[in-house]
Design a protein around this ligand. Structure first.
Ligand code: UD1
Length: 327
């Protein structure tokens, strides 16, 4: 039996694929390479190029391989783009997930792990957000993901099908072994951008918004190392395999850093200046999002091992230098 990783040529999916093959799992990666990079896929995984929503693609993968579980990363992730082009997000995230879930039910695939997001919370009142507050996304990206969570819940009630949805906070850093990292061209993530600015790719980093209700006025996020996020997926897989119930878990460290704090940390780690420019808020950006991940720690026994902002930045920066030297 194999694990199907959709979006396995992407940033997080490629880390997950390595983690699975590292522990001896058989992995099939499905990715349309729209933002993914083939070179990031572990050579030990079987690679299939294709788009989930296209007719026949999923059926063909699920009939050709004995798939025991699906880990679904494929999708679009850029919040401002989702505001400008919502249909793309409902197509790539919601509609594609609907097709994938339906095909799983048809082919008897009963275990499903879904990449959800802290963006489902919108602008919560809580400084640290637990899973059971009412989600209230403020952008199409968050809504497109929340709709998928709802489909998963409904389908799990109607069929022999269980899921874990992981609501990621801000994922950053790279494989400590240097095999993969964030490689999306024009990526918008703060830590990647700041590292690229330190390396001179950009003349300055824009700070989007200085008037949020946060200690220094800039956006506060819970940055989590991709390896700890992947570890949560492995625990979720074991949980479902062991007959565990469907559930939704936050994945974050419970500690927030502002944009300015991240910039200072990048300067400290790299020893290089990161010039900044103050810009207006980005469309759809909340001020502060920090995870309460006690459910994940209690139920799945998740123990973060890389909870250190500078360590996260160090691996992200090493990866950025590696990408540089390939150019
Ligand atoms: C969002 C999504 C997250 C998704 C990610 C992918 C939310 C709550 N989360 O995270 O699920 O995985 O996008 O793109 O919507 N910033 C700057 N300058 C920059 C880049 C970012 O000031 O050049 C600021 C942002 O305004 C924000 C913080 O840094 O306050 C983090 O931004 P980013 O890394 O893009 O992630 P989110 O938008 O928080």
């Amino acid at each position: 039996m194999a694990i199907l990783v959709t979006g396995g040529a992407g940033y997080i999916g490629s880390h997950m694929t390595y983690a699975l093959v590292d522990r001896g799992e058989k992995v099939v990666v499905l990715d349309n390479l729209s933002t993914g990079v083939l070179g990031l896929v572990s050579p030990e995984a079987r690679f299939v190029e294709g788009t989930i929503g296209e007719p026949g693609v999923i059926d063909s993968v699920l009939s050709q391989h004995e798939i025991e579980a699906v880990v679904h990363f494929a999708g679009s992730i850029v919040v401002p783009e989702s505001v400008a082009n919502p249909s793309k997000y409902y197509r790539n995230n919601t509609a594609a997930s609907a097709a994938l879930i339906e095909a799983c039910v048809r082919h008897g695939v009963r275990n499903f792990i879904f990449s959800s997001t802290a963006a489902v919370y919108g602008m919560p009142q809580e400084t640290v957000v637990p899973e059971d507050i009412t989600p209230a996304p403020i952008n199409p990206y968050g809504r497109s993901k929340l709709m998928t969570e709802w489909m998963l819940q409904d389908v799990s009630h109607a069929h022999d099908f269980r899921f874990v949805a992981l609501r990621y906070f801000n994922v950053a850093g790279a494989d400590p072994a240097g095999r993969t990292g964030q490689s999306t061209p024009n990526a918008t993530h703060l830590i990647k951008r700041a590292c690229q600015t330190a390396l001179g790719h950009y003349p300055y980093l824009e700070i989007f918004g200085q008037d949020f209700d946060t200690p220094d006025g800039t956006g506060v996020r819970d940055y989590i190392h991709v390896s700890d996020l992947v570890a949560a997926h492995l625990l979720a897989l074991d949980h479902l395999r062991g007959g565990g119930a469907s559930n939704i878990f936050n994945v974050g460290y419970g500690q927030g850093f502002s944009v300015r704090q991240v910039v200072s940390a990048v300067e400290a780690v790299t020893g290089k200046p990161v010039p900044v420019r103050e810009s207006p808020r980005r469309l759809g950006d909340p001020g502060m999002l920090v995870a309460d991940s006690s459910r994940l720690q209690d139920r799945l026994k998740w123990k973060p091992e890389h909870n250190d902002l500078k360590g996260i930045i160090r691996t992200a920066y090493e990866w950025e230098r590696r990408l540089n030297s390939r150019v």
